[in-house]
Design a binder for this molecule. Structure first.
Ligand code: COA
Length: 352
């Protein structure tokens, strides 16, 4: 029997640089309420959101992903020729085929590397970080570019009280590579398909296939298949989050071998500022530990929310590069992924 070679990876790895892109158009609660039957006060009180950003003009998921990726590469100081894989975490890339990773890699001047999409709803960045870490530790790549990018605004029903005010567009990216000390813990991740229907589009893929069949021979111009609108049972997600996420956070500290007193920054997914405040309190993190609150002016940007939130904290000085952070991504699936990670340096090229 021949012996087949194995890769030798890097065990000590870290986020070496971060980059982000925020769409130019800022949409206030009042603007959302021109269509939605709600008020600025209700939205801020229940979700912590005042503004979100939606793409306009020539902005697209592709352009945002490339802009964030470009900044992450520059801010990391890593020569792009060393990047061995690209992961695009997104649930809103416009095509199922072709998927976005290879196009984004091409636009970034790193055509040819393994590049793929990772779909895990708002848990996408946490899942992407877990996969990127494993690629590095197994030796499949020396440096990985992880991009979370979403255009949530395309699938919003402006009349839906459960979603219209929550979601925003944007992109955030990190370059992950070898480091002297380890800066990324093993992931604590999981899913709950029993509650899958709590967040989803208003028709599923099987219905789409049925429709595709029934549209055979018809003119798509006169018989459009229609948009896929996002629906969410907010209170059901809230209840799931209240039970599942505190356990995930405690396990993340446990597998990282650190105590809650070691945590200097808390960066939960930006789904709802009230959920995050509750989680911080229940975990027993000290009041003065800075917690990401990018949702206030960026909304919930799904797989982009964690890198956008980290970037905001680093640029405004609420957090500093090198600090120990507790990260938690969660959302559709339902799914979640948490890690303890050292924050990358503040970006020299920022998104605002
Ligand atoms: N504007 C004004 N009133 C609204 C409203 C809106 N947009 N949406 C609901 N209401 C009303 C309801 O009609 C209800 O009124 P009632 O008490 O008279 O019956 C009341 O407000 C409470 O509704 P409810 O749906 O229970 O709201 P909520 O407090 O749960 O807040 C969310 C709604 C969406 C903000 C909240 O459930 C949430 O954030 N959930 C988790 C979302 C999440 O984590 N998602 C992950 C995505 S990645």
């Amino acid at each position: 029997m021949v012996s087949i070679a194995i890769n030798k990876g890097h065990q000590n790895i870290a986020m070496l640089g971060i980059g982000a892109y925020r769409p130019r158009r800022i949409v206030s609660n009042d603007e959302v309420c021109e269509t939605l039957d709600s008020t600025d006060e209700w939205i801020y009180d229940r979700s912590g959101i005042r503004n979100r950003r939606w793409v306009s003009g020539d902005e697209s998921l592709r352009s945002m992903a490339v802009a964030a990726g470009e900044r992450a590469i520059k801010n990391s100081g890593v020569d792009r020729s060393k990047i061995g894989a690209l992961i695009l975490a997104s649930s809103t890339w416009p095509d199922i085929t072709p998927h976005g990773g290879p196009t984004v890699a091409h636009d970034l001047g790193i055509n040819g590397i393994p590049a793929f999409d990772l779909v895990s709803g708002c848990g996408g960045f946490g899942y992407g970080l877990a996969v990127a870490a494993d690629l590095l530790r197994s030796g499949s790549a020396d440096y990985v570019l992880l991009i979370g990018a979403e255009t949530m605004s395309f699938s919003l029903d402006p009349h839906d009280r459960g979603t219209a005010f929550i979601f925003g567009d944007g992109a955030g990216a990190v370059v992950i590579g070898p480091s002297q000390e380890n800066g990324i813990s093993p992931a604590v991740w999981g899913s709950d398909g029993e509650n899958a229907s709590a967040i989803g589009q208003n028709f599923n893929i099987l219905e789409m296939m049925d429709r595709a069949e029934s549209y055979q021979g018809k003119d798509p111009e006169t018989d459009p298949v229609g948009r896929m609108l996002l629906r969410m049972e907010g209170p059901r997600v809230f209840r799931w989050a209240a039970v599942t996420l505190p356990r995930a956070l405690a396990s993340a500290l446990d597998v990282a071998g650190v105590s809650k007193d070691d945590i200097e920054v808390f960066v939960p997914h930006q789904a709802n500022a009230r959920i995050n405040e509750l989680m911080k309190k229940n975990l027993g993190l000290a009041d003065d530990i800075p917690m990401a609150n990018d949702i206030e002016n960026t909304g919930n940007t799904s797989a982009a929310s964690i890198p956008l939130a980290i970037e905001e904290m680093l640029v405004t000085g609420k957090a500093k590069g090198g600090q120990l952070a507790l990260l938690l991504a969660f959302g559709a699936g339902l799914s979640y992924a948490g890690q303890v990670a050292v924050l990358p340096p503040a970006p020299t090229e920022a998104s605002f």
